[in-house]
Design a protein around this ligand. Sequence first.
Ligand code: ZN
Length: 415
Amino acid sequence: MRLADLETAVGAVLEAVDDAYCVDLARRLVRTPSVYRPDDPGANESAVAALVAAELRALSLDVRVEEAAPGRPNVVGDWTGEGAGPLLILEGHSDVVTEGDSAAWSVPPFGGIVSDGRLYGRGAADMKGGVAAAIAAVRAIREAGVGLPGRLRVAVVADEEGMMLGIKSFIRNGWAKDACGAIICEPEANDVCLVQKGALRAIARFRGKMAHGAMPKSGVNPIPASAVFVQQIQALERRYLMRHGAHPLLGEPSVTPTVVRAGDLVQLNVIPQDATVGVDVRTIPGQDHSEIRRDLDEAVAAAASGIPACRGALEVIEERPWTETPRDAAIVGAVERACRRVQGRPPRHRGVPGATDGTFLHAWGGVPIVTIGPGDVTIPHQIDEFVRVGDLVEAARIFAAAACYCLGGAPHDLR
Ligand SMILES: [Zn+2]
């Protein structure tokens, strides 16, 4: 589109954003609990997925509902513009973490109460607010009837807070194919995030031989091996920090022992057979995950070798690469231009400390991602979670304008 036409179209779309609709939808989403509890067949994302699917159908989107796992559906809704053009994904997750102790909340965690310009409730920020803003953005584009080319795909997937089965299934089913970019609508205070830490979770297991504590030589104690392993990984952390330093937006890489388990406190006279150490590694751009795996393997082997007849093994249970979106990706220019237009100032940048669905869209799907959405960065998973109504409706405008700039082919702003 001609730039002047595109800016006019963006103006019409921004006018068409319906704040009341956006807030009402966010409230309805919060009131539909979607905590996944494996032991409770009714506690999953299916009710909220049904709500999202109905909402997208009401907007005449082409909607598919697919189970990522039993009772855990993904919702994919496509809006098709006028003529061929890029495909942009607006992505969010439907699950929320547990509310914890309801009595500790000052509001009902699933009440969707709006008070003092804030919507309260579990998932208000992480990330039913972002999902509502994305849907409100597509609704505004549709209502404005501005004749954009290309396609918008709203993806609301399950299990982000767990093993990310939803986004993995979405990618495997081909939904990320040919996307020019994705906006991950996570709570980042409506700041632009182009970098994200990676993660690697591993379990080191040391096996010895049970014995009586009075006759330690008759057994093989795996505990000293696990202690040496903990020291080894602390040394690894220092090495990574020396080599890579701190990232300006993401901070330092880390290698953290998070679980140590061996023996039984009521059996202090027993040398246990097994000792286990859980490790949570967080990486920054430039680190090589395959090298980290090798380093951890070597640390296990070295720790076990210090105890005759002790065996050690490392199991990597999840690997989430760090991501760094190139600044010249079309989606970056589109989102930054949208921020300037909606926020009336240059966009602020930050980095995402944890993994998101965007990790896999980027790493497995090869889709350039920008993470931006309403809600304070530290509020997710807390008691009295909230999102400011002002941030919510600002996000809807940013998403709507970014979608227009992305589909309409706006050139990059000069910075
Ligand atoms: Zn989230």
